[in-house]
Design a protein around this ligand. Structure first.
Ligand SMILES: Nc1ncnc2c1ncn2[C@@H]1O[C@H](COP(=O)(O)OP(=O)(O)OP(=O)(O)O)[C@@H](O)[C@H]1O
Length: 311
């Protein structure tokens, strides 16, 4: 039965409790979903539009990692793409597939570069704080998830301070980081991704023909060489500590319409096709001649909805 592992975990937890053992594992097991991530693939298929590469890589990476009882290093995913194409959205779906409380779980930790690390002259302080924060949280629960947003705005060098945690060490000062997951989000490489997508479009090939191999080398090089990427001179790439570069394609008119439809339905209103089209038409698209890709992805469609519907 697919529920069997759940019962096993519950039985195990109960046994530990009866034996008076209050361990982190006990708590973390209770707040996990059943492995291996039953909802991840289904959620991505249903909720994420126009990102066939993302579905493929994320499911493979996360499921594979969670199924491995003895990983040699923590999982490090680097999500790249244009604004509003779903990077935060996918992080949320991953968190929800692992932890019952999703992003609200106490084992999920989010950092936003401009919010948490705003001052260049405090970089040494941030390095210390970040290291002790990660160390503290992984000591409490090895299955912790760390999400770093706006990596392209992160001061060069800061991210290097977490390098030891991403590496292949069995233990660092008595703590193993091998079961943790690190997700980095950034706009770096978005131009390169768009270039590849546009090239396919101009050649009359479908978007779904784009393969990971069309993207990955180009992406890693462009991110590495971009001084503003936050990964610049970063030993994370240098030492191959990023397991997967995940490219988010720019969203087209039809995807914007899908986002609007979902939002109207989620607010419990009947979909008015006319309003839906008008909202999608109001978004701006690039490049200037072809006008294929939404320059804000799906990001601002929700605000536009408020204007048309009297919610
Ligand atoms: N590919 C997509 N499929 C379905 N919904 C999407 C997609 N992309 C974006 N959205 C919707 O738009 C919202 C904003 O997207 P999100 O915050 O994930 O963008 P982002 O790529 O993280 O942008 P930024 O780079 O500006 O942080 C999401 O919460 C989601 O509702």
């Amino acid at each position: 039965s697919p529920l069997l592992p759940c019962f096993r975990v519950a039985e195990f937890a109960l046994a530990l409790k009866q034996a008076g053992l209050k361990t982190c594992c006990l708590f973390s097991c209770f707040s996990w979903r059943c492995l291996p991530c039953p909802g991840l693939e289904e959620s991505l298929d249903r909720k994420l539009f126009g990102q066939h590469l993302v579905n493929k890589v994320v499911v493979k990476a996360v499921k594979g990692f969670l199924n491995n009882t003895n990983p040699k290093k923590p999982l490090a995913l680097s999500l790249h793409g244009w604004t509003g194409t779903g990077k935060n959205f996918v992080s949320k779906i991953i968190a929800e597939s692992i932890y019952k409380r999703g992003l609200k779980s106490k084992y999920v930790h989010q950092f936003v570069a401009t919010l948490h690390f705003p001052h260049a002259d405090s970089i040494n302080l941030y390095k210390d704080q970040l290291q002790s924060w990660i160390r503290g949280n992984v000591s409490v629960c090895p299955r912790s998830l760390f999400i770093f947003d706006e990596m392209d705005k992160m001061h060069a060098g800061l991210i290097d301070s977490i390098k030891p945690f991403l590496d292949y060490y069995e233990l660092l000062n008595g703590v193993s980081y091998r079961k943790a997951i690190f997700i980095f989000l950034s706009n770096a490489g978005a131009e390169k991704i768009t270039e590849v997508a546009l090239d396919f479009w101009r050649k009359g090939r479908t978007r779904e023909d784009i393969q990971l191999t069309d993207m990955q080398n180009a992406l890693s090089v462009s991110v590495f060489n971009n001084k503003n990427s936050g990964f610049w001179h970063s030993t994370l790439i240098d030492r191959n500590l990023i397991d997967y570069f995940v490219p988010f394609l720019p969203l087209e008119y039809k995807h914007v319409k899908m986002c609007v439809r979902v939002e109207i339905e989620s607010r419990g209103y009947a979909v008015d096709e006319d309003i839906l089209t008008r909202i999608a038409d109001e978004m701006t698209y690039f490049p200037r001649e072809e006008r294929i890709y939404s320059d804000k992805g799906c990001k601002t469609v929700y605000a536009k909805l408020d204007y048309y519907y009297d919610f």
